[in-house]
Write a protein that binds this ligand. Structure first.
Ligand code: UDX
Length: 437
């Protein structure tokens, strides 16, 4: 099928590349001409495992094109996906101005039938607004259908998530649009759920909020484990073996971050308030998430006594492993907090260094060239992101380089017993600390 994707950010680019890879003709559009030029030159502006290869393969096969012209995208395709940012506003409301602008631009171009698909995460009832706007601004009386098709991919495993989705949600009002959308997704051989537009929009916020709630649930349990001497990993295993609960997203840590969960939970709270049915449970989810970082900082302070002038190494800056994304990363917030308290912080991340260097909040940190360099002379090591690389470091060498071998593992990446045997003072989340005699 001929498909265009308006917005070549994270979701737009990965979706476009995967659509091309299953045989569709795809034009990825963006109003950032620099980005389009970069893509046309064969360079990928984001880090996502496997993406570069797929983009190159499909550009060579002439199935994937890049353009800065919405007109070209809309004219040359049967289905137009909108994948533009929907950033949060300070009151938790979602800024829909990019969606509104693209809707007007599409309306201006539309002369005959197209399916306009919203892939961006939007508040329930946005599709109705998009349809109204296109109708209002279209001078040709062109026929069109609006569809909501939320995206559930995770950064770091986006290609796998897109190629093998648990489900495809198609929110539509016309059978014709549903049939066309099913054709788009046919090669993926995934279960399809057809709903109304409002339900599809709600599914995205409800799913992400539930996952955030699951993380906050286990994080609240981790505090009870710390207070009672139980082990949160065992508790998570025990409850996760119940298939009704499941083990995934029950990893306790310093809290969730990233460009989705914090934003989507805040937006869902706002949406529910605007609809007159406040979803107060989600406020507690937010409170627990913020509290988890504070609990971790308190553990560091209680152990080191004073942070001022202390040399602290931090491994991990991205909001999770296998990405270069440092947006809303709890790791960055931790570095910021420790710098404010006067610590000398030396940081290292396998992929996030470049983007982290641009952040003013941690400009005073020392950016080390390797995990080992970061711990040189350090009085404590904080693990803030669970990169595989960190689990495989030579900890005997780490210990030798550190002034005092104290580790705060904010992601329960390492084995407490092994760390104890190596002579580390080892602290983690919801598990007993190991202090060698
Ligand atoms: C999320 C959703 O999973 C995805 O379906 C949606 O499309 C976009 O938002 P993403 O933000 O890429 O994806 O990452 P995810 O793997 O969900 O992790 C989000 C945050 O939760 C990370 O900070 C991660 O460290 C944290 N997390 C995740 C935990 O703290 N514990 C867990 O058990 C799982």
């Amino acid at each position: 099928m001929d498909i265009s994707i308006i917005g070549s950010g994270y979701v737009g680019l990965v979706t476009g590349a995967c659509f091309a890879d299953v045989g569709h003709n795809v034009i990825c559009v963006d109003n950032d001409e620099g980005k389009i030029k970069t893509l046309q030159a064969g360079r990928i502006p984001i880090y996502e495992p496997g993406l570069e290869e797929i983009v190159h393969r499909n550009v060579s096969a002439h199935r994937l094109h890049f353009s800065s012209s919405i007109r070209e995208g809309v004219e040359k395709s049967q289905i137009v996906f909108i994948a533009v940012p929907t950033p949060p506003q300070s009151n938790g409301d979602v800024d829909l101005s990019f969606i509104e602008k693209v809707s007007r631009e599409i309306a201006d171009i539309l002369t005959d039938y197209r399916v306009i698909v919203d892939k961006s995460t939007v508040p329930v009832k946005t599709g109705e607004r998009v349809a109204e706007t296109i109708k209002r601004y279209n001078r040709h009386g062109a026929k069109f259908d609006v569809v909501s098709n939320p995206e559930f991919l995770r950064e770091g495993c986006a290609i796998r998530d897109l190629m093998h989705p648990d489900r495809i949600v198609i929110g539509a009002q016309s059978q014709h649009a549903v049939d066309l959308m099913k054709k788009v997704y046919e090669p993926f051989m995934a279960p399809v759920l057809v709903t109304g537009i409002n339900s599809a929009e709600l599914i995205k916020h409800a799913a992400n909020s539930f996952l955030a709630l699951k993380i906050s649930y286990i994080n609240a349990i981790s505090a009870i484990c710390d207070a009672s001497g139980a082990d949160v990993e065992k508790v998570a295993d025990g409850i996760g073996m119940d298939r009704r609960i499941g083990r995934q997203f029950l990893n306790a840590g310093i809290g969730y971050g990233g460009s989705c969960f914090p934003k989507d939970v805040a937006a869902f709270i706002h949406i529910s308030e605007q609809l007159g049915v406040p979803f107060t449970l989600l406020k507690e989810v937010q409170r627990i998430n913020a509290g988890q970082k504070e609990r971790f900082l308190k553990l560091i302070r209680d152990t080191l006594w004073v942070l001022r002038e202390k040399k602290i190494a931090v491994w991990g800056l991205t909001f999770k492993p296998n990405t270069d994304d440092v947006r809303s990363s709890v790791a960055i917030e931790l570095v910021d907090a420790m710098l404010r308290e006067g610590a000398h912080v030396s940081v290292y991340d396998p992929k996030g260094m470049e983007k982290a260097r641009e952040l003013k909040a941690i400009a005073d940190a020392k950016f080390a060239a390797s995990a080992l360099e970061a711990v040189d002379g350090a009085e404590a090591l904080v693990i803030a992101t669970e990169w595989n690389e960190f689990a495989n470091v030579d900890f005997a060498a780490v210990k030798q380089r550190m002034t005092t071998p104290i580790v705060f593992d904010g992601r329960n990446l390492l084995n407490p017993e092994t760390m104890g045997e190596l002579g580390f003072h080892y602290h983690s989340i919801g598990r007993a600390s190991v202090i060698p005699r």
